[in-house]
Design a binder for this molecule. Sequence first.
Ligand code: ADP
Ligand code: MG
Length: 681
Amino acid sequence: MKLRDIKGIGPKTEELFHKVGVFTAEDLVRYYPLGYDEYTAPIQVGAVCVGQKCAVRAAAGDVVMRHFQKMTIVTTTLADGHSRIRATWFNAPFIASVVRKGTEYIFRGTVREKNGQLVMDHPEIITPEKYASLERSLVPVYGLTKGLTGKMIAKAVREVLDKEPSVCSEFMPESFLHLLGLMDETEALRKIHFPENAEVFEGARRRLVFDEFFLFIMAIRTLKDKSDEEHTAFSMKAVWDCEDVIAALPYKLTSAQMRAWREIESDLTKPRVMSRLLQGDVGSGKTIVAFLAMMMTALNGYQSAFMAPTEVLASQHYEKLMQLKEALQLSFPEPVLLTGSVKGAKRKEVLSRIESGEANAVIGTHALFQEGVEFKDLALVITDEQHRFGVRQREALSQKGRMPHTLVMSATPIPRTLGVIYYGDLDISVIDELPAKRLPIRNAVVDSSYREKAIRFIDKQIGEGRQAYVICPMIEPSEELDIANVAEEFRAFKKELPGRTAAALHGSMKPEEKNRVMEEFAGGGTDLLVSTTVVEVGVDVPNATVILIENAERFGLAQLHQLRGRVGRGEYQSYCIFMAGQDSEKIRERLQILKDSDDGFVIAEKDFLLRGPGDLLGIRQSGDARFALADPARDADILRTAGEAAASFMADDPGLLSPPNALLKERLNAYLNAEESNMTL
Ligand code: ADP
Ligand code: MG
């Protein structure tokens, strides 16, 4: 169903929905809230806390409207007989005619401190009667774009759910739902948008998370069944040269790396196709293990492909392999880089070298499995940061020629028992040890008053020859949110550290430009990189020793852990500064988890225990691109249930041919097709 067919959506609004990635009514009902705004009971004016959103019942004082530069500022005081605070509205002149002096309202907003005074910024103004009806309800908060409001989205969602419930009709047999105590899907979709309370929300989320896991597992099983226990056309021999490389490396492989390598090496010499997961926390040194496998493949006369989720990461891997080859003066392998920004004559040349087999270690992005890429003898496919890819992406590359061996790499922490469900029949190697010479990263949790100190600290580190990252949640300044953004911070840092070189990096830059900036930073040509989370996965610059993460409260802990993993990758003492945009007990408590632990798994678990309904969905935890809601670490029990359910379907009706399973079959096919089309993005 097209968006235009929904009542209230015209061509203009439709455009806005397209901007946030919603193209159909189906997309719309699955455009889940980022979180919920809870209308908590009003408190006394004297009880407000800085940094917290709250509601107070108070009478308005004199309403004053001023003009400052191009802004209109409306202010008043909020008083309740005991205490008073100020309230300010920017660029909302109509407020002056809405708020009446002496009248009592509920004012709801976030309080901050300004020049020693408490100010409530841009509060909502609600009559006490209206507020009573809202109290304790959860209002969805959506990802917005200019012109598209939360109200518009909520209204359109309601419209679809009321008038066209068929866009999300149930696909699981009823008996099954009953057995597992799961909510009906249509109901779950309604309640994920509009839960009456936290409990209802949990029930709805549980059902939708179940679906995500279940379809994912069913998809893997369906695809796997075709390739299981296949004989390989690429049986290899172990080679001495790999031992020589290991001995010549500038560091000693950890025993965990050695173990993983031996497992892979042994797999490759067996007569059956390898399907192995290499799991290891950030910085554990997975890349070198992958390179060894690529070398072994090359020395056996075959080709390997190494696929990374971003261009930045792909070109970094390519550079590293080239450096290794040069440093150790190896005659093998023959690497090439193939990404979307390799174009024209260069691309032609790369493609022909891949086709002739001359290039035997191909590193790249999704571009690797596009049409026109022909391998001569592809024997090994490695996927880095595997959770960023869909089920079928790996599959697609595997289908370029005869069934190659596959190695997938991931830093997602997952207990072994769950790995079996999650990764189907992959064998698992774990690197559970960090390189010995690493010094633990020193962490600081601070608020923005520490900024000046942080800048001096970064300056000092740069003075010692090191490099630094500054991470901001946003690219550009926003009208509504006062959140650190790359554009402004880049300018600010250039001004504050005039003698240092800085560069900006973010997702909407051209790939070529991103690569150039990243390469320059990696080569030590830039002292400071002001960036969004595009550096989150895999980027490896061992000389960088400080990472300052601004508005750290805007990120999930798992994501912060990944970001922190950008430093502490070399021999130098490294530092991570988590800077919260506001000072609040809750934020500090959450960030403290990171200070206390550097174990990705522990962090994921603790984070889960600390969160409340307001941020239940809010922050994407796992960074797992395959799921919108599900988080393998947090939702372990649902994952287990989904695994069991999938197993029972596969046992009773593997082809899903029985009539009660017809809808499920249809849904699974749709899921697989969607995966396929995502692949070409
Ligand atoms: P990840 O597992 O996060 O992908 P990388 O493979 O990027 O980690 O390795 C992180 C850094 O550690 C790299 O600079 C790499 O050269 C270095 N490294 C890898 N193994 C070792 C080791 N055994 N001893 C010292 N440094 C190592
Ligand atoms: Mg990596």
